[in-house]
Design a protein around this ligand. Structure first.
Ligand code: NAD
Length: 255
């Protein structure tokens, strides 16, 4: 198994449809031991229900809007495990009213929230995890979407946050490469989840994707999970700072 003896932190499981859950299953199949975080006690109940199907994961709370919670999380992982071989950042948030109408009308507070939770949190969690990850040939993976590069109706401020996230991947890859830490992003095609339900027209996006993407099918959790497993495994040891598309080829299309 590719991840036997490795321990990874997965942030972003809300329910069984979460991309983070697809990734948790894929890395669990390869023998990794997992720490899963949940944003709130309410979502923690979902995670506690799902956890028994994995190999004895550790469950801990962490709301990434709080530096204190991020520090406490890493301290508890330090005490309970002592190190991390990978970190999966599969979380994002923008207030619903910012995911509709014109991007031009985005409110300052909504912009700050979207960028804070969806982009800054990658730098904050990576930095806090450094003492646990350095000099272990470890890997960080985050989740992004094509709306960072192209205009996608209603994606609005989240597209701007994903552009910042992808730039962060490159800066972090350059910072952390000398410490033996790789940083990459997966740009996934549209999947129905709690977060994507907030984006008006997600069902149509999936339908369009199914009709037009070269592979003529919707992207599923296992496909994203397996790509993330590759990116945290030694098979991808020469890859850092990249955005890898898991979208059935949709991003290559022109007219
Ligand atoms: P999801 O709703 O299952 O997961 C989003 C997670 O973000 C939830 O677990 C939520 O608790 C967490 N989160 C939000 N605010 C947080 C905070 N302050 N602190 C801690 N956690 C917080 O939805 P998903 O679609 O699986 O989203 C996972 C990632 O995948 C996101 O970055 C999303 O932008 C990205 N993505 C999703 C799609 C898609 O179509 N679903 C496509 C490409 C990229």
């Amino acid at each position: 198994m590719l991840l036997e003896g490795k321990t990874g932190l997965i942030m972003g499981v809300a329910n069984k449809r979460s991309i983070a859950w697809g990734i948790a299953n894929a890395v669990n199949r390869q023998g990794a031991r997992l720490v899963l975080t949940y944003q709130s006690e309410r979502l923690g109940e979902n995670v506690r229900e799902l956890a028994p199907s994995l190999n004895n994961p550790i469950l801990l709370p962490c709301d990434v809007s709080s530096d204190e919670q991020i520090q406490t999380l890493m301290a508890r992982i330090g005490e309970q495990v002592g190190h991390l071989d990978f970190l999966v950042h599969a979380l994002a948030f923008a207030p619903r009213e910012a995911l509709d109408g014109m991007y031009a009308s985005t409110r300052r507070d909504d912009f700050k929230t979207a960028l804070d939770i969806s982009a800054f949190s990658l730098a904050a969690t990576s930095n806090a995890a450094l003492p646990l990850m350095k000099d272990r040939q470890s890997a960080i993976v985050t989740l992004t979407y094509l709306g960072s590069e192209r205009v996608v109706q209603n994606y609005n401020v989240m597209g701007v946050a994903k552009a910042a996230l992808e730039a962060s991947v490159r800066y972090l890859a350059n910072d952390l490469g000398p410490l033996g830490i790789r940083v990459n992003a997966i740009s996934a095609g549209p999947i129905k989840t709690l977060a994507s339900a907030a984006i008006g027209g997600i069902s149509n996006m999936i339908k369009l994707h199914t009709e037009r993407a070269p592979l003529r099918k919707a992207v599923d959790l296992d496909e994203v999970g397996d790509a993330a497993m590759f990116l945290v495994s030694p098979l991808s040891r020469g890859i850092t700072g990249e955005v890898i598309y898991v979208d059935g080829g949709y991003n290559i299309l022109g007219v």
